[in-house]
Design a protein around this ligand. Structure first.
Ligand code: MG
Length: 366
């Protein structure tokens, strides 16, 4: 007699059909995302980005996730695809309902590769919330109405291009401006020639001495800048602390604060942190960073990489917990395959659909 026969005849206890975890499959592909404008920061300049899309299927439910590999950390989408292929036999036997345990196993097995782990983590959370039939923010007990406004980012460029980008960003009430190269004043002057909106400024480690950072920040204070992100190189913590004592606007950490364990070390030198799901290794790690930052009285921003609406909507699920959002990576591309979180009057509006809540964008290239 087969197991199915036993079940049909009532010879196995109720629920026995669920005893064996469903067979699970995992796959990955790279996605080429074309940028609306060439994107320049202190670190690089590019016309497109490759991200990693992950799909986890089990029990008739499909979870999807995305991570943006970061060249600085020796990551690539192609490497991510290989890592996921290497995990297929491990995943075949897991119980996706116990996704926290699956993540523990993943982190024990795969060193580094944070964006790949982020893509898998998002796919697992998407799967788990879809299984319960609720949006992820609801599974976490959050109120979507608490989601903040998001900034819209303006990359480093010539003055006339910046002015055009600022005009195009008319719908966004707060702008995030990238500086840190030789033309900082020119960049801010170009922005201010077009708008009086509040600004947040990201120097991406661009200023190399305390005096330079203090001088630039003091000037930015006169330009309606709310706070400054990573003014000095990640390793210059003591110097950043010196800068902080001499200026009046808050200083946020980004490049020196990638994972939960970084926060106690950097906390004395900063007022807040920028949490990025791709760098942290997923939503669970990002949630740990938010909780730890709160325990240390730090402000919290959630930022992003250039990504499709999949990664951005996943990160936005955390946004009811935070002070500031910089979740515009999907707004910078012109071939977004997904439809998810919206920005209405600058505020993030989370989807009410189950899971992360993204759907294929009708007519989008696949
Ligand atoms: Mg930054």
């Amino acid at each position: 007699m087969t197991r199915r026969d036993c079940l049909a005849l009532g010879l196995l206890p109720a629920g026995a059909a669920d005893a064996a975890p469903p067979r699970v499959s995992i796959s990955a592909r790279s996605m080429r995302l074309d940028l609306v404008n060439t994107w320049t920061t202190v670190m690089s300049s590019s016309d497109y980005r490759e991200t990693l899309a992950v799909r986890v299927t089990g029990g008739g439910i499909m979870g999807i996730g995305e991570g943006a590999p970061i060249v600085r950390y020796n990551e690539s989408a192609a490497e991510g695809v290989k890592i996921v292929e290497g995990l297929q036999s491990t995943f075949a036997g897991v119980d996706l309902a116990q996704y926290a345990k699956v993540l523990d196993q993943l982190f024990a097995k795969v060193p580094g590769a944070w964006a790949t782990k982020a893509a898998i983590d998002i796919a697992l959370h998407d799967w788990a919330a879809k299984r319960l039939g609720v949006p992820l923010w609801k599974m976490w007990g959050l109120d979507a109405n608490d989601a903040p406004q998001t900034t819209f980012s303006i990359g480093i460029d010539k003055a006339e291009v910046i002015r055009r980008k600022v005009r195009e960003a008319a719908a966004y009430p707060v702008l995030k401006i990238k500086v840190g190269l030789a033309n900082d004043e020119e960049v801010i002057d170009a922005v201010r020639a077009e708008t009086k909106k509040p600004l947040r400024v990201d120097a991406n480690e661009g200023w190399k001495t305390v005096d330079e950072a203090v001088r630039k920040i003091k000037w930015l204070e006169t330009q309606g800048v709310e706070f400054i992100e990573q003014p000095m190189p990640a390793a210059m913590l003591t110097e950043t602390g010196e800068v902080r004592k001499r200026v009046n606007i808050p200083i946020f950490a980004d490049e020196c604060c990638l994972h939960p364990e970084d926060i106690p070390r950097i906390a004395p030198y900063f007022d807040g942190i920028n949490v990025k799901v791709d760098k942290a290794g997923g939503l669970r790690q990002a949630m740990r960073m938010i909780e730890m930052a709160r325990a240390l009285q730090l402000k919290v921003m959630v930022g992003c990489m250039v990504s499709s609406s999949l990664a951005i909507t996943a990160a936005a699920q955390l946004s009811p917990l935070i002070d500031y959002a910089d979740l515009d990576g999907n707004l910078l591309i012109k071939n977004d395959p997904f439809d998810g979180v919206k920005v209405v009057n600058g505020k993030l509006v989370l989807p009410a659909r189950p899971g992360v809540g993204v759907i294929d964008r009708p007519g989008a290239p696949r």
